[in-house]
Design a protein around this ligand. Structure first.
Ligand code: 4NP
Length: 144
């Protein structure tokens, strides 16, 4: 199973989804590949936001070695599932899909809800962590 987590900057939300699912999959002995990318290119090569690193560390998940990547259409061929954090991410990824098969790989990470962007609101990092962790547990159960 190959899963790509996508948000806007690839420094706050998708690094958490990437790190948490990778952590849980490894704990369960699952041979999954999990990565993340951003639809925006401002942060390419950077570490995750210090606030995401800190909240993950609090729950013993180390995301500090991740580096931001930019989403591009070559990634459709690599991943089975491309999970996006909000509706704008969904639009930005979907418009780069060229086949129905590629479109079918794209879904909202939370299915009927969005993961709010915590970048401008420090108080959101903790609830965002919790909602991402809970969904990652579900994904392990659903796709294992
Ligand atoms: P993310 O949050 O999409 O969860 O990584 C953001 C990070 C940076 C910016 C926007 C959102 N930015 O505008 O630089």
């Amino acid at each position: 199973m190959k899963i790509l987590m996508v948000c806007l900057g690839n420094i706050c939300r998708s690094p958490l989804a990437h790190g948490i699912l990778d952590h849980l999959a490894k704990k369960e002995g699952l041979d999954w590949t999990i990565e993340s990318a951003g639809t925006g290119d401002w942060h390419i090569g950077q570490s995750p936001d210090q606030r995401s690193i800190a909240v993950a560390k609090k729950y013993e998940v180390d995301i500090s070695q991740q580096r931001a990547k930019h989403f591009d259409s070559s990634l459709f061929a690599i991943y089975d599932h491309i999970l996006v954090m909000d509706h704008q991410n969904y639009k930005d990824v979907l418009k780069q899909a060229s086949t129905e098969d590629e479109k079918a790989k794209v879904a909202l990470f939370l299915v009927d809800d969005v993961v709010p962007d915590p970048y401008f609101d420090e108080r959101l990092f903790e609830p965002v962590y919790k909602m991402i962790e809970s969904r990652c547990q579900e994904l392990i159960q659903a796709w294992r």
